[in-house]
Design a protein around this ligand. Structure first.
Ligand code: L34
Length: 295
């Protein structure tokens, strides 16, 4: 079997078209322009490119976006003051502080300072708690994007054996939680594997849907998966530089070998990454609607 390639780029494009219409309607009917601010501390090239992509996408959809870049040695207190400023700015409905932050800044202090109503990343404990309870909230962008990819690609999750590799707060923990809930893209039986898991390969071989979010290039090899598995590869690992100076990317999955056994697989690049950015836009539009008392 050679896998169907699930194009995150294509699915993201379809969702963006829907959002463009929603944004135009918000303006015409209600005079509301959704507003997003991205805050980047330091000069990590990967973070710079993700933040640039977020602002570019916002602009293309008619979302007002502001981009703040701070020096790597910015004091935590100054970053907190900036977050408070945007909490109180009525033009801004969504605040995103790009991670990772420099080591001298306490990540939790910053994420907890963002108003839960503007927490379009879904990282504030109020939103994390609501997510776990299955209440209406902002879902974290990467897991939200994975759910949309699965649903829109027709991957059956109900009753499926799902194996997630990686227990991060951004991907592993939330996607495992969401997929066990009674919801579209959910109703699965979920196993979460991590660095202390005994016999990871044995768990992976049972998976109908395998979600790799580890940050180790090509860690999932063909011998670790069963025939017909659906693969979601969340890894975006920089494994080198091309002659023209572009980063060479690899996922957490050995794509070339695994695609011969899988029924469907997301590529890197062009898989989960574009969905993450698109779900940020969806959350920002949702935040603007909530602020305007439309939902
Ligand atoms: N606060 N920090 C916060 N929110 C987030 O949701 C993120 N994340 C992760 C890192 N830090 C964050 C992102 O935005 C990862 N991430 C992200 C976003 C987009 C892409 C990858 C990771 C992406 O678009 N990837 C492209 C390749 C881009 C390239 O060439 O480097 C892709 O096609 O996979």
């Amino acid at each position: 079997m050679t896998a169907k390639i699930i194009s995150g780029t294509e699915v993201a494009k379809a969702i963006r078209e829907e959002l463009k219409v929603e944004v135009a309607e918000l303006m015409e009917k209600h005079g509301i322009i959704p507003g997003l601010v991205t805050i980047l501390v330091g000069e990590d090239p990967a973070s710079q490119s993700y933040v640039a992509a977020k602002n570019k996408t916002a602009h293309a959809l008619g979302i007002h976006s502001e981009q703040v870049t701070l020096a790597a040695d910015t004091r935590e207190a100054d970053l907190l003051a900036l977050v408070v400023k945007y909490n109180n700015d009525s033009k801004i409905h969504g605040i995103l502080v790009q991670l990772p932050l420099p080591k001298h800044i306490n990540e939790a202090n910053v994420l907890y300072a963002i108003s839960p109503d503007k927490d379009v990343d879904g990282f504030h404990p109020v939103n994390v708690g609501k997510m776990v309870l299955g209440e209406q909230c902002f879902l974290p962008c990467t897991p939200h994007g994975i759910l949309e990819l699965l649903v829109r690609s027709g991957v059956q999750t109900s009753g499926a054996e799902v194996v997630v590799i990686g227990r991060s707060n951004i991907v592993g923990k939330p996607i495992a939680n969401l997929m066990l809930q009674k919801r579209p893209g959910g109703n699965a039986t979920v196993t979460l594997c991590h660095t202390r898991t005994k016999d990871m390969a044995a768990h992976c071989r049972r998976a109908d849907i395998l979600i790799a979010a580890v940050g180790v290039p090509k860690m999932v090899t063909a011998d670790m998966v069963k025939d017909g598995v659906a693969i979601i590869d969340v890894g975006v690992n920089r494994i080198g530089m091309s002659e023209s100076g572009k980063a060479i990317l690899a996922g957490d999955v050995d794509f070339e070998a695994v695609k011969e056994k899988a029924s469907c697989i997301t590529p890197v690049p062009g898989g989960v990454g574009p969905m993450t950015i698109t779900m940020l836009m969806k959350n920002t539009v949702q935040a603007a609607k909530i602020a305007g008392k439309l939902i």
